[in-house]
Design a binder for this molecule. Sequence first.
Ligand code: GLC
Length: 436
Amino acid sequence: MFDKAAYEKRMAWYQDARFGMFIHWGLYAIPARGEWVRSTEQIPEEDYIPFFEEFNPVDYDPKAWARAAKNAGMKYAVLTAKHHDGFCLFDSQLTDWKSTKTKCGRDLVREYLDAFREEGLKVGLYYSLLDWHHPDYPHYGDQNHPLRNCPAEKEKEAGRDFNRYLEYMHGQVKELCTNYGKLDLMWFDFSYGSLRGEAWKATELVEMIRSYQPDVIIDNRLEVSGEGFGSIATDEPAVYSGDFVSPEQIIPPHGLKKQDGSDLIWEACITMNNNWGYSSLDKNFKPASTLIKKLVECVSKNGNLLLNVGPDARGCIPAESLEILEEIGCWMRRNSASIYGCKGSSLPKPENGRITECKCGKLRYYHIMEPAIGAVPLYGVRPDEIRKVRLLRDGAELKVENNWIVNNYPDIAFVNLSSSPILPDPVDTVVEVELK
Ligand code: GLC
């Protein structure tokens, strides 16, 4: 039975947080062509093992990662404890395919958890349901496995026991849930074809997880992938429907609703360039200004943004990403009141920017992204509804205009932001309106 009260309670911090860091890191940082490299290039295991033998991220400093996330204004993080290649960044007792058996010899997950918690961030782990290392995971004919087209695998399929894989997978999730303290979020990835829901023994898995981590938030990919919302959008969510929808590389064109019309909780996961895992050639980084606007867009549609970094083989977050985080942080330090604890407005999107609102309903934030000629119109609010207006970045009073230029439009309050034709913050100048 869906326990609405428990759901709302565990989702409260998450909906206030709005902004998190996704971290894709593993052996694939060495070939540096993204985390799918084994699959896209159909690399046999023997050609991937050299990366395991070489793996030694001498510069791994999770405290520096945590500081970068915190300074950017992020409130939580999600690290790939295991990605599709099966390699574990934690000291699993169920495999040797793990960081502690490489030259580095460290439990990278534990160090990450310690460091991020110490900075006061909520911590999450990504765990891949796919596993291209485990012998019992389907190889031949699977949609994604690196050896899907390898004729030699065909006759081996009959000998694979998927239940043995499930036991392993459940066992690892149990390790993560019992050996590492309180986890705030578990991010499973992903269901496809007939491998979804009960094919993962997902009810049992989720019940086990909740028995150890009663407040943990779980994504929806035990049931779906980036495609599809799953039964969380219906009146009868499955036990494994998860707690939020996970649109990938897209911000939904409008806020998402459940069947009954209520808001669906969602988190858009987005890369800074075009890859999750480190990619040395991919320099297509989105400008910080764009990402700030995208964060605002998410909040204005009641969603979260999980922004990805892909650290390199030495353990460093790419310099481009650090610069972006720094710039976002500059904006956040002045304007985060319009993000944390905020949601979308029932007003339509104004033509000069976006609107977010404090949950309390008394504070409305006009994100002005396009300068006006003269005073800026605050769409949807009349002068008489306003108690006061402030420029969020410095707290300065903004007077509601009352003159012959604006008086033809009595249903809209106008404020002057500056004597300059350029916005005080050209990316997004936030005007805080306190309503009566
Ligand atoms: C995908 C990919 C994966 C990535 C994830 C992030 O489904 O398989 O590589 O980790 O999306 O959302």
